[in-house]
Design a protein around this ligand. Sequence first.
Ligand code: PLP
Length: 383
Amino acid sequence: MSDRVIYLDHAATTALDRRVLEAMLPYLTTEYGNASSIYTLGRHAMQAIDASREQVAEILNCRPTEIAFTGCGSESDNLAIKGVAQAAQKKGNHLITSSIEHHAVLHTCQYLERLGFKTTYLPVDGYGRVNPEDVGRAITDQTVLVSVMYANNEVGTIEPVAEIGRICRARRVPFHIDAVQAGGALPLDVSALNADLLSLSAHKFYGPKGTGILYIRQGVRVLPQMQGGSQERGRRAGTENVAGIVGAATALRLAYEDLPEITPRITALRDRLIEGIMKIPGSHLTGHPSERLPNNASFCFEGVEGESILLSLDLLGIAASTGSACTSGSADPSHVLLAMGLPVALAHGSLRLTLGKENTEADVDTLLSALPEIIEKQRSLLV
Ligand code: PLP
């Protein structure tokens, strides 16, 4: 085993980019002011937040005032969904989402159901795609929000969000996009996406953990979920994480600057992985064959447990996942794979490999040379 971990789990999190760390360091050391303080040190902190907001707004093609910084992607999803639902309670009590969302969305809808809301969970096809026409059919005069993810965190399928947004806009229903997996990989122009709200999380694109972003289109009412000070224009109380905000904005800017170089390279590595792994007997590609994240290669293998594959790969210094980081360790098969119609037994044999900018062809080849034997061995143990 080499000293270097072959990290193939970039959908779970990414390493902080050194350039991002450099940008953050002053705000962790010398520029430690509270952005609410009126003296120079405080004003420096506020200026850094304002500049970060402008950088993010440029990438999302929106006004800086439409950007709120939060504590993570989950918080952005919670604020978007609870905030809009609770602000619109007098208008209606119906939510629409998909059956393959991240738990940050699904559990938030379930929470609102306990408060009297009703949720329609849209089905997906065998590739994990929502049919936009289903969204149109599900909207009623009680619908206060539609929330559909940009790209799925387990199988990488890209959803037709711009089309869904077009339908929502025509029916005057706010549309939230959970873009946590798409951030740094796919275009984020909120106007082209017809988005009213959009969630991001910095640690998915080489930024720091502990900083989320929520785009809230001007005019969309969101009830704050945190009471206290008037930070973030009253949308999120609490002293701002200045270093985290600077890190999130810097990471987002760098991700889109680097994109033209990185996307073709990562896509080629992903396709090499898929081609090699599909030669293993009893292997199935999960997710859409072409409408998928450039870095996502996910599979199900007949007659094996995904968790056992992970442990064997770990012994070789390879980090991978069965799918969602939040469900790993639980015995239940993934709700995403089941919603896509996979049989329960096959869904137990899932493996998600998500590439990042530091991965090489050698990493892919190491995985490809190790995996067939691991699977064969697991199958022989289970017979
Ligand atoms: N939404 C999606 C699609 C995700 O993949 C994740 C994290 O994996 C989240 C939301 C939650 O983001 P965070 O880990 O920043 O809370």
